[in-house]
Design a protein around this ligand. Structure first.
Ligand code: NAI
Ligand code: NAD
Ligand code: ISE
Length: 336
């Protein structure tokens, strides 16, 4: 069965996901596009999905009879209303992170899905599909003993001027927040944020870099450096220190060169390239489940957990240096 997909938000990632559904993956076809900037949706139709209809609003797209499933790839603040509309229409929905920009918003989505009675939502936490993280999890689960410390870094070469201090959490750290819950099979109990001096390339409304310390219920301490003006490349690092040994996230494959009297390899500069294979696998998973009218992979509950943790981390930014405690409600049966 070919799943007929509508894409809401055809910016950087919406365009890229549309491309992979049309040109790389199997079992899906783009039949609808919508963007507040209509010209952007029309450009994606012209370049990638010539048969798609461009809708004036995301709500019209969701309601369209020939749209079987929906991709929400618009700005974060718009996700909640579209995901709720997709659930109300009974249509499987892939939503880019964040599921919602507030914990209350994510909870409304969880409540709607629970009331619907079966899973319809997959959240775009693609690192769970990354070959490197999957291999790291295998080693953490079986070889290095119980985890004690995680050292991590999330570095972007640069960010737009509109990116401000809390976005380091909601937009960037959110990937670590999700992937470490999954990697360690643990929940967070507190967050603390430390700010070194800001780098020269940042601006008045962005303190960069930042160091976020999350402590888990089992007592593991996770230190993540977020540095979004690091200039040199897009670099994701993770090292897990266990009772018996240390495990490191593999580097992306790169050709080693002996050149100009140095031993060197290139470093990627764009998230699209760093996680290209993971985006392919997560969306193929979505198409497979959507063909059966449901969803698998990262859940609305995972999106909600990430939102609760993000809110605590933003509070920890404001409390600079002080620990902020984190607590979660019980997980509904649908997600256990
Ligand atoms: P973008 O700014 O390039 O694209 C967003 C698009 O959404 C724009 O075309 C905008 O016009 C459209 N849009 C905004 N409000 C809308 C609305 N109400 N209805 C329809 N369209 C609307 O942003 P980008 O980088 O593509 O990010 C989109 C989402 O994807 C964000 O939630 C972001 O967090 C997520 N993302 C996830 C990544 C990942 O690694 N999983 C990587 C990059 C982005
Ligand atoms: P973008 O700004 O390039 O694109 C966003 C698009 O949404 C724009 O085209 C905008 O016009 C459109 N839009 C905004 N409001 C809309 C609305 N109400 N209805 C329809 N369209 C609307 O941003 P992006 O980089 O593509 O990011 C989009 C989403 O993807 C964000 O949530 C972001 O966090 C997420 N993202 C995830 C990853 C990842 O690694 N998983 C990477 C990049 C972006
Ligand atoms: C972007 O939205 C992403 O999701 C990328 O994976 C992340 O590295 C970047 O910091 C975000 O802005």
């Amino acid at each position: 069965m070919t799943v007929r997909i509508g894409v809401i938000g055809t910016g950087a990632i919406g365009r890229d996901h549309a491309r992979r559904i049309e040109k790389v993956l199997s079992g899906g076809k783009i039949v609808g596009l919508s963007d507040v900037n209509r010209a952007s949706a029309e450009a994606v139709r012209a370049d990638i999905a010539p048969d798609a209809v461009v809708y004036g609003t995301g709500q019209e797209l969701i309601a369209a009879g020939d749209v079987d499933a929906v991709l929400v790839t618009s700005w974060g603040a718009t996700h909640e209303e579209y995901v709720l509309a997709a659930i109300a229409a009974g249509k499987p929905c892939f939503c880019e992170k964040p599921l919602a920009t507030t914990a209350e918003g994510a909870k409304r989505i969880v409540d709607a899905e629970v009331a619907h009675g079966m899973r319809l939502v997959q959240v775009g936490f693609m690192r769970r599909y990354d070959e490197g993280y999957v291999a790291l999890k295998k080693v953490v689960d079986s070889r290095i003993g119980a985890p004690i410390i995680v050292h991590a870094a999330h570095r972007n070469p640069t960010v737009p001027q509109a990116y401000v201090t809390p976005m380091a959490i909601h937009d960037t750290l959110i990937h670590e927040i999700d992937v470490f819950r999954w990697l360690l099979e643990d929940d967070y109990v507190s967050a603390r944020v430390t700010f070194p001096r800001s780098c020269a390339r940042t601006h008045a409304k962005l303190r960069d870099p930042q160091i976020v310390t999350l402590t888990t219920a089992k007592g593991t301490v996770i230190n993540t450096e977020i540095f979004v003006n690091c200039h040199y490349g897009y670099d994701i690092q993770c090292e897990v220190v266990g009772e018996d040994g240390i495990a490191r996230l593999p580097e992306p494959v790169a050709v080693q060169m002996r050149l100009n009297a140095s031993l060197q390899n290139d470093i990627l500069t764009d998230w699209k390239d760093r996680f290209v294979a993971s985006y392919d696998v997560e969306l193929q998973d979505f198409l497979r489940a959507a063909a059966k009218g449901t969803a698998t992979g990262p859940t609305s509950w995972d999106g909600y957990m990430a939102a609760v943790t993000s809110d605590a981390c933003v509070a920890a930014q404001e409390a600079e240096g002080e620990a902020v405690s984190i607590s979660y409600p019980d997980c509904p049966a649908l997600y256990r």
